[in-house]
Write a protein that binds this ligand. Structure first.
Ligand SMILES: [Zn+2]
Ligand SMILES: [Zn+2]
Length: 535
């Protein structure tokens, strides 16, 4: 007797092969039979006319803290996601020392959100244990994040690490990898990542091969410096012999649209030399980040309090205004090419500014009768530096090129914000691929789309026996209607669940039944599953 049987579906098994008609049998958390099954089951789901696919993997998101505050992960389950990978872009809530806790908290909160938990961990391993014990509805895996390491050891110091500091960072990285992290993530756009040289990153990466750890990169510049920034991480990976993953590949800023082809060419060339390089992409032409990332890097030195102090100094203000008003050689002044109307405030901290959520900076500066840069600086002072933005800086054609690219996988890069208007990718990334890029634009076949969100990320992020509808694999499964699956979240009204997804099964348990969360919490923390060794 099976625990569960899903009958009469189109099985899209995650390999990219054409769908086959049949049933899927599940017992004790695993897929035990696939085909025309005659066994009895305690429970039967009729999937007539629907696709049975492996649960989707969100291989790039920022749910590190929100998984603790919202352990039923409804936003992701409603999209068919059964596993999230966190610790991306050099941002993670661990490790830290008591004396660096508040620095790290201020650093991650604009992206990871504010948690009601009192950070009852210090090490990456303790963070993992906290998640494992939190009773969650989906699975979680994590990287060790460079920003957290550097803040723990050096705070926001804008200088090279000393030998001793490097050794301490390497020790912390190794600790996280040994505990089961899937690799090492960097965010060279964000301070203190932006203060770090390629040599320093390479030195840290030297720890990875021993643990088969993936080097995952938010590159230094995605605009004018896109090409040198890709070359930089390829250089690091080549020097250290590690596998490289480029996160949310894009060409930002009008002047750079089209450079995406050159970027993909670099990836192909590297692969041609035998390097293991892959990329991921989210299906939108706007990004989402912190408002501080549009500022000149020097003004972020020393942490947010120093930045806000600089904004109170008339001379510094003038310098910021001047630099943001012209093309810059040393850093990517993206707003210069796209204009302040392309930057929309998605969330603020204070009730007084809540009415600004959903408005762009140009509009807000007119409302306040200020120069846009003054408006940005004052808003940051008012909000203690914590403002999230949605930023329209990509071309649809480029986004499509990356989605089409064979070695790209789909991820959301989702950021939570409790108030305001989050980027719709939080609610819609996975169904949007089927609605827009499979049905509407025919960029991908149904089977290719499923591969890019199942077996491919599972292989890449070492998530073990998941991502395929094959006997012996863990039963993470989604059932959806290929004709109606669709995102409904928009920029103006982002908090909308998608349509067309009826059932989601995590580790053999039904977590979404007929579109409703069952309140089941079968999720687990997934340590890296290496086939090569016993780490
Ligand atoms: Zn990033
Ligand atoms: Zn990210």
């Amino acid at each position: 007797m099976l625990d569960l049987i899903i009958k009469n579906g189109k099985i899209v098994d995650g390999t990219g092969n054409p769908w086959l008609a049949g049933d899927v049998g599940i017992q004790q958390g695993a897929i035990v039979a696939v085909g025309q099954l005659s066994q009895e089951a305690h429970r039967t789901i009729d999937a007539h006319g629907q696709v049975i696919a492996p649960g989707f993997i969100d291989g790039h998101c920022h749910s590190d803290l929100m998984i603790l505050d919202y352990p039923n992960s409804e936003i992701k389950l409603q999209q068919g996601v059964t596993t999230e990978v966190v610790g991306n872009c050099g941002l993670a809530p661990a490790p830290f020392f008591p004396e660096t806790a508040s620095l790290l908290q201020t650093y991650v909160e604009p992206i990871l959100g504010k948690t009601s938990w009192e950070w009852p961990w210090n090490t990456v391993e303790q963070y993992m244990q906290t998640v494992a014990k939190a009773s969650i509805s989906e699975n979680i895996a994590t990287y060790v994040a460079h920003g957290a390491l550097r803040i723990a050891v050096m705070g926001f110091a804008n200088r090279p690490a000393t030998r001793e500091e490097l050794d301490r960072m390497k020790g912390l990285l190794e600790e996280g990898l040994r505990a089961g992290a899937i690799g090492f993530s960097i965010g060279l756009l964000y301070a203190p990542g932006s203060y770090t040289s390629r040599e320093e990153i390479a030195e840290l990466c030297s720890v990875l091969p021993q643990y088969n750890g993936l080097f995952s990169t938010h590159i230094r510049g995605e605009g004018n410096n896109l090409i040198p920034s890709i070359k930089e991480v390829i250089w690091i990976a080549e020097k250290t012999g590690v596998s490289l993953h480029i996160s949310h590949l894009k060409a930002a800023g009008k002047a750079n649209w089209g450079k995406i082809l050159e970027a993909l060419e670099l990836v192909e060339e590297a692969r041609g030399r035998g390097m293991d390089v892959t990329v991921d992409v989210y299906p939108y032409n706007a990004g989402s980040t912190m408002l501080t990332t549009v500022l000149p890097p020097w003004v972020l030195e020393g942490g947010i309090e120093c930045t806000l102090d600089a904004f109170r100094d008339p001379q510094m203000r003038r310098r910021v205004r001047e630099e943001l008003g012209s093309e810059q050689k040393d850093w990517d002044n993206l707003v210069y090419s796209t204009g302040w109307s392309s930057v929309i405030i998605s969330s603020v901290q204070t009730a007084a500014n809540r009415h600004l959520e959903g408005k762009h900076i140009e509009e807000i500066s007119e409302l306040r009768g200020q120069h846009p840069v003054d408006c940005v600086m004052d808003l940051l002072i008012e909000e203690g530096g914590k403002i999230s933005i949605v930023y329209f800086h990509m071309s649809d054609t480029d986004v499509k090129e990356v989605i089409r690219y064979e070695k790209s996988l789909i991820a959301s890069d989702s950021l939570h914000c409790e108030t305001g208007k989050p980027h719709p990718r939080l609610y819609g990334s996975f169904p949007r691929i089927f609605a827009k890029y499979v049905r509407e634009e025919k960029t991908l076949s149904l089977e290719q789309a499923v591969r890019k969100m199942t077996s491919f990320p599972v292989q890449r992020f070492k998530l073990g026996k998941r991502g395929l509808i094959v006997p012996g694999y863990i039963a993470d499964i989604v059932v959806f209607d290929p004709d109606t699956i669709s995102d409904t979240a928009t920029y103006q009204d982002p908090r909308q669940y998608p349509t067309g997804i009826s059932q989601v099964i995590v580790n053999g348990e039904i977590t979404l039944a007929n579109g409703q969360h069952t309140q089941a919490r079968p999720g687990a923390f997934i340590p890296a599953q290496h086939q090569c060794c016993n780490h």
